[in-house]
Design a protein around this ligand. Structure first.
Ligand SMILES: *[C@@H]1O[C@H](CO)[C@@H](O)[C@H](O)[C@H]1NC(C)=O
Ligand SMILES: *[C@@H]1O[C@H](CO)[C@@H](O)[C@H](O)[C@H]1NC(C)=O
Ligand SMILES: *[C@@H]1O[C@H](CO)[C@@H](O)[C@H](O)[C@H]1NC(C)=O
Ligand SMILES: *[C@@H]1O[C@H](CO)[C@@H](O)[C@H](O)[C@H]1NC(C)=O
Ligand SMILES: *[C@@H]1O[C@H](CO)[C@@H](O)[C@H](O)[C@H]1NC(C)=O
Ligand SMILES: *[C@@H]1O[C@H](CO)[C@@H](O)[C@H](O)[C@H]1NC(C)=O
Ligand SMILES: *[C@@H]1O[C@H](CO)[C@@H](O)[C@H](O)[C@H]1NC(C)=O
Ligand SMILES: *[C@@H]1O[C@H](CO)[C@@H](O)[C@H](O)[C@H]1NC(C)=O
Ligand SMILES: *[C@@H]1O[C@H](CO)[C@@H](O)[C@H](O)[C@H]1NC(C)=O
Length: 776
């Protein structure tokens, strides 16, 4: 019944001003939180009075006529909540909660007030005896504007702290005197570098106002009343019982909402100032940067930093251990520079150098005691002091943030360190080898480890555990091993872990530390010459990324060629994906997919020498102890002979994953990897092998099934019995289908793939993967 009343009321909205005397609250009236807590507007839609806030009450205006009580204005929003024995009194001076010490005004009128009215427009008004307005809530907006309310020149809206806490938050929207409507973080001057939204109407004259029409139209009028800018186009239904409100939300985005009274609906968003939730500056606190994941903002710490307060993104990050050698005179620290690609920050450099070499920039910062970070864009090296602010991922920027990170060095005399075959003190090398291979059609993946223990390995391990993004920048070139050393470590190649087409993997133990290791013995090495082999090893050894298995050593002894990689304790992606009991949940799987994409993005676009993997399959993706995926066997394509057992010689890769261009004798580019990645992505999404003849024939080939189901709107068939949000599932399938387009040029780059997986770009509908060629 109440709702029918609001419906009628909403129709009368536009005429609200005409009916402004409807609820006449006389001077001397009062409200208390528990009884007589509000004054309602005539229709009952809006209420002025007490509402619950925290463990007490606040005074404000809220929508009382809808189920989703919505606060649109709060008096003294930053005061602590009042207790339930408070009494709000209406006197000639306004509304007050008198205490022994002070009158404590919540509303202070400019003239003597004789009565008040809660209007159906949402405006609460005090009148004098001459029926003139002496105060109105529409002149004192907090975070919300309602239709017919204006934001005058010089006025601002401030976001709330959170949806539940209406006190002042960290963003503001200002109607500037120069005519520009701009969003800034709080506590910053009104200057361009801090702005994150602007109507671009600066210079349109003084006294420009933001206006809000009954049809949801938000627009700017100049002082002579001309429309100079439409923020929203308006034209939303006005005559069907629709409510509108505009609010700068706690996340810094300002939005136009509508609420359909007829449908007993919730608020729906009609318009947003930014689709990217990472845009508001300051959403992530100091020394952290914002990454949009599935459209949700996620704050990450700089390398070497950790959250001040987990669960509060605005609290920012601090160094995870004290490493300021200058201040502490701690000679047991050294520094390295960690790299952070594709991020933008506030630039408050104290020195800018014209340098075109990143290493010079790194060196310049390392040698400068004041330098704590530097931004390098290919031409300039801009030195920074901490803290860094307003960071966010931006795949469009070439800016590299270099962060100085202290690394405690291990004392030279640590007795635990054993040095094989070396008299030199203080260094032991541990090599790690990871590897995967195929055996007897069913695939087994094996990883082993030899470890390269540098003096600072303790620091490396500690930081990796704290921050998964971390990678010591210091290049540790792969160490050359004598064959006898590896023989000893593997106990004369006693335990075979597995066998692949061109290699065998053995288990081993580091001499001294007894850490488990694996050594991969290469057969069929194409690069016969020693120089050629070493060149390739150097290329592989130079690639450092958290999503790549690290090559730590090698052995080159005539025909004996062995590689030693990093240890990965969770086996291969194939092991977990195709073993029912080990299958990760959807979110975890999507995280794995994104990380794999990051590894390939690095191989394709970010490392010194572009590396095309040529043999991407779940058996070649290994998982570390934190289930973080790392790509293995990259760079081997050039080293190994193409598999001669296949009918078409020259094809590298594994059936079911190779791109069609291999068969068409077309040039092989990074897009061949994108194809294989697409197949692996579909396997990750659906938790099954791409080719599985135990299924009915029409379901046996996953990529064909996926494109069929996608076209026929039957994606449910692919999801199995797992509960996955439909929209997300569809998006991931779309990414997979784009990757496996027959025509290489139609496939997205790895960079684009990552953006799509992260949910930061729209994904157009993919064509049928084979339509391009069948159309010719
Ligand atoms: C509202 O109340 C005031 C004082 O109580 C009175 O003077 C005024 O006439 C009333 N106005 C209306 C429209 O009833
Ligand atoms: C609530 O207000 C009404 C009139 O507005 C009054 O009659 C009633 O006594 C009040 N109740 C309390 C508990 O103050
Ligand atoms: C209201 O109650 C609180 C304790 O609940 C008390 O400290 C305070 O003095 C009371 N205020 C009034 C005005 O009675
Ligand atoms: C803007 O408003 C102020 C105060 O109302 C007034 O003094 C000023 O002349 C106005 N400027 C213009 C350009 O209308
Ligand atoms: C307002 O805008 C109109 C149209 O753009 C323009 O003709 C007029 O001069 C502007 N008024 C002021 C005060 O700038
Ligand atoms: C704003 O939109 C209205 C129609 O709703 C149109 O008449 C007007 O010209 C537009 N103003 C500008 C500045 O584009
Ligand atoms: C609106 O929904 C609420 C709960 O969701 C329910 O209690 C109420 O009866 C509904 N009203 C109408 C008119 O459907
Ligand atoms: C989060 O941290 C910031 C800065 O340290 C602080 O101002 C804010 O109140 C915190 N928010 C919450 C919900 O604790
Ligand atoms: C540095 O290491 C030496 C021993 O290796 C130790 O005695 C000394 O206290 C360390 N210095 C600091 C500042 O920790």
């Amino acid at each position: 019944m109440a709702c029918m009343a609001c419906l009628l009321l909403a129709l009368a909205f536009v005429a609200a001003e005409a009916q402004q005397m409807q609820s006449n609250i006389s001077r001397g009236s009062s409200l208390t939180p528990t009884t007589n807590s509000t004054w309602l507007s005539r229709s009952g839609l809006y209420a002025f009075g007490f509402y619950r806030q925290g463990n007490g009450f606040a005074v404000g205006i809220f929508l009382a006529g809808i189920t989703e009580e919505t606060v649109v204005w709060t008096a003294n929003r930053d005061d602590p909540p009042v207790s339930k024995n408070a009494t709000l009194r209406f006197t000639g001076d306004g509304l007050a909660l008198p205490t022994a010490e002070s009158p404590n005004y919540f509303v202070k009128s400019s003239g003597s007030a004789s009565y008040a009215s809660m209007l159906d427009s949402g405006n609460f008004v005090l009148y004098n005896s001459g029926r003139e307005i002496v105060w109105q809530s529409f002149d004192h907006p907090t975070d919300t504007l309602l239709p017919s309310q204006r934001l005058l020149s010089g006025d601002e809206l401030f976001s709330a702290k959170s949806e539940a806490d209406h006190s002042t938050g960290i963003f503001r929207l200002k109607m500037q005197n120069d005519g520009n409507l701009v969003q800034y973080p709080v506590d910053t001057p009104d200057i361009g570098v801090y702005a994150f939204y602007a109507s671009s109407t600066g210079g349109k004259g003084e006294n420009v106002t933001l206006n809000f029409g009954a049809d949801g139209h938000l627009y700017l009028l100049n002082s002579t009343g001309s429309n100079i800018r439409n923020i929203t186009d308006g034209g939303f239904p006005t005559d069907e019982g629709k409510l509108y409100l505009m609010r700068i939300d706690a996340d810094g985005i300002f939005r136009l909402y509508s609420h359909d009274l007829k449908k007993n609906a919730t608020w729906s968003i009609e318009w947003v100032s930014s689709k990217d939730k990472c845009v508001p500056k300051g959403l992530c606190g100091l020394n952290s940067y914002c990454v949009s994941i599935d459209l949700q903002p996620d704050c990450r710490c700089l390398p070497g930093f950790e959250s001040v307060n987990q669960g509060n993104q605005t609290s920012g990050c601090e160094r995870n251990f004290v490493a300021d050698a200058c201040k502490n005179r701690n000679e047991n620290f050294t520094y390295t520079m960690e790299e952070l690609q594709s991020t933008t920050w506030e630039d408050v450099s104290y020195m800018s150098l014209r340098l075109s070499d990143k290493d010079d920039c790194i060196q310049g910062c390392l040698e400068d005691g004041n330098c704590e970070a530097a931004f390098f864009d290919g031409t300039n090296c801009r030195k920074q002091r901490l803290p860094l602010r307003y960071g966010r991922r931006d795949m469009g920027t070439s800016n590299i943030a270099l962060i100085k990170v202290g690394v405690p060095t291990k004392p030279d005399t640590d007795p635990r360190i054993v040095q094989p075959g070396s008299k030199k003190k203080g260094r032991t090398d541990i090599l790690i080898i990871g590897l995967s291979f195929t055996a007897f059609g069913s695939i087994l993946s094996v990883i082993s480890v030899i470890v390269l223990w540098k003096q600072n390995v303790w620091a490396y391990k500690r930081m990796s555990a704290v921050n998964g993004d971390l990678e010591l920048n210091e290049s540790v070139a792969p160490r050359r091993y004598a064959y006898e050393e590896l023989e000893k470590m593997t106990n004369n190649f006693e335990e075979e872990l597995g066998k692949g087409a061109s290699s065998t993997v053995y288990k081993g133990l580091i001499l001294g530390s007894q850490k488990p290791v694996a050594v991969k013995r290469l057969e069929k090495v194409a690069a016969e010459g020693e120089t050629e082999f070493q060149t390739e090893i150097r290329v592989i050894g130079r690639t450092h990324h958290k999503n790549l298995v690290r090559l730590l050593g090698y052995c080159l002894d005539g025909p004996k060629k062995l590689l030693v990689y990093e240890y990965m304790s969770n086996g291969s992606l194939a092991d977990v994906l195709f073993t029912r009991e080990r299958q990760p949940f959807w979110e975890e799987r999507m995280g794995i997919a994104r990380n794999i994409a990051r590894g390939f993005l690095y191989l394709h676009e970010e490392c010194d020498t572009q590396i095309i993997h040529c043999d991407i399959k779940p058996q070649n993706i290994l998982l570390d102890e934190f289930m973080c995926p790392k790509i293995s066997d990259f760079g081997l394509a050039k080293l190994l002979k193409a598999d001669q057992t296949r009918t078409t010689t020259g094809i590298r890769g594994t059936k079911g994953y190779v791109a069609p261009e291999w068969h068409r004798k077309m040039p092989i580019t990074v897009k061949a990897d994108v194809y294989s990645f697409g197949i692996v992505l579909l396997e990750i999404i659906c938790c099954r092998r791409n080719v599985d003849w135990s299924l009915p024939e029409e379901e046996a080939i996953l990529d064909e099934l996926a494109s069929h189901c996608f076209e026929n709107g039957e994606l449910g068939k692919l999801a199995g019995d797992e509960e996955i949000e439909r929209r997300q599932f569809e998006r991931m399938i779309k990414v997979g289908l784009w990757c496996i387009q027959d025509e290489p040029t139609l496939r997205p780059s790895m960079k684009k793939v990552l953006l799509m997986l992260e949910g930061t770009v729209d994904i157009p509908t993919p064509p049928n993967p084979s339509s391009f060629f069948s159309a010719i």
